[in-house]
Ligand binder design. Sequence first.
Ligand SMILES: [Zn+2]
Length: 452
Amino acid sequence: MFPRIRNVVSRAAAYGLAAVGGGIYTDYKYNSVETIASEFVSASLAFKHLQREKKKDGPECTSGERDLDQVVYQAAENLSTRATWTLLKYVVFAGHDSDEVYRLEWIIAQLQSINAILVPQKGAQAFEFERQCDLYYGSQVSPEYLDEDRTTQLLQELDELLPRSASPLHERYRAYRNRFVIPKKQYQPVFRKLVDDMIHEMKQHVPELHSAHLTQKYVDDSSLCFEATCQATSRKESEMLVNIARSITYDKAQQLAVHELTHHLQFVLMEHHLYPRFPEMRASIDAGPLDMLLEGGAELVVDLLLPPAERLKDLETRVPRGRFSTGALRDALKVERITWSGLWPCSIRIARDFINGELSKQEAMKAMQEQALKSNDSWPNVAFFEEYGAYVQSYGWGKELILEYLQVLQSQKHPEGNSLEDKRKQILEEYIEFMKRPPTPSRMQDVINQAR
Ligand SMILES: [Zn+2]
């Protein structure tokens, strides 16, 4: 009872303060959401330009880039303060769910991300993993998700599934996996068919996809590329690039195709629904909070579109007839489930310990190989943690966060509960609605916390 009263009192105080602050700020002409949004677009474009230039020049920052860092940082900092005051005003006068609050929350989250990225580049120490999660994405990976016991249990299950031998688990896994690798010559027809089938499946749920065109653009020795255009803009919306220099198994091909095609689906939905209402979202920064939701969402849709039974049925149509029994394919999918989605928390824990300096690069590579079962030439790997820091949490944790959030929405709409199959379909529908106006990760976390 007491915390609740305290909460109400502190909220009232904050709103009172906001009303006064908002009142003062209404006097300034630059205080509309439109103005803040257009200034955000400029700040974001300047930031992206700066990042691109630095990438070209390599790790050593030139003095001109450092000066520009400072300018962009100051502009973003200043805009962030004004946006925060304006947000408070809109919360009081327009309520939490208004479009203005939505826009400002996204703008503030992205400005925070821009500044957090620029601060270490100004010479300060890179942030620890937890601080990166907080500042870049406004979301903290929950300790329950990272539970080590769950990983131990999954590795035991894997040990029982794989053929016995004296070799260490990661070598047994590699040998087992090799049996299901698609012959290189077959990559193109297998992916072409998969992409067609999965797009057909997605169209059943998302009518907007009918106006999206997908073409197989090129194939060379190292990559396969599908390009999607969206009729609403008739320009290229997304590109699905499959790195075929790596060996790909039949089950991995399913996961890859659905993940990448979900990005097409997301772009088409955003093009139709999000950008017309909130044009500044088009200027979202790369590897920021929106991208976290796109990656987590793509992982989630794999499970929603192809639950285990569907996936097995689909797999039986992909592998050459008579090569594997149904039982062998079922086991292969169990192994895939453990080693892909099951071991995400393990990869994230290793990334955290590496970023926080508790593991050296060598130790992190060894742990990735032996515990997360990802050798250095597969993905995610330590090079990815080095380049993108805590961004790796977007995939596994992003998926978990979106699922929890959608489940909260579901349980509010259907408190009586439904069958698992109905729930899956409803969550898929809920996800499609979600993509038309995705909330910030921190807003999602608030909704989840309130429902607990
Ligand atoms: Zn992706």
